[in-house]
Design a protein around this ligand. Sequence first.
Ligand code: FES
Ligand code: FES
Length: 181
Amino acid sequence: MLVTLTINGEKVSADVAPSMRLLDFLRGRGLKAAKCGCDTTNCGACTVWLDGEPVLSCAVPMGRADGHAVTTLESLRAESELFARCMAAEGAEQCGFCSPGLIMNVLSLASKHPCATDEQIRRYLSGNLCRCSGYASQMRAVRRYLALARGEGDAAAADAAASRVSSAPAPCDREEAHHAE
Ligand code: FES
Ligand code: FES
């Protein structure tokens, strides 16, 4: 079937099988921040936004994506920079495989629930599995990020965190460096 969708602001048309996974379509176009971490729609590593809402791209067939707007982490470098710094400051990124999916959901969380409680954070991010961090450092990073995004928090600590990662590549670049096919 012929599908037409918008990917990171660019209109794209393609002839694909309706059952093709959005995840595979994106990765086939070189957008590899979203990952396949499971075959059971459980890990969250493939999270992108569909019309601004987080979805598991491994569970979205191209027939459903037709006519919609897809956003991937590649187009959110500036928006994700502060959270990436918070992750570095809290030691929340280990192998980094889960980070792109986590970031997509954290940015969504921040836009909807800027004052999220720990319980709301846990619930919102419950679909983002991480085999490395134990989640405690991720929680600290999310708390720090939400506070800084609200204009609260320790600016000096934020600056120190920023300087520690100022030369680091953007998360999606780092993902590809570690997990190049
Ligand atoms: S690849 Fe694991 S939920 Fe999509
Ligand atoms: S940091 Fe390795 S899976 Fe999350």
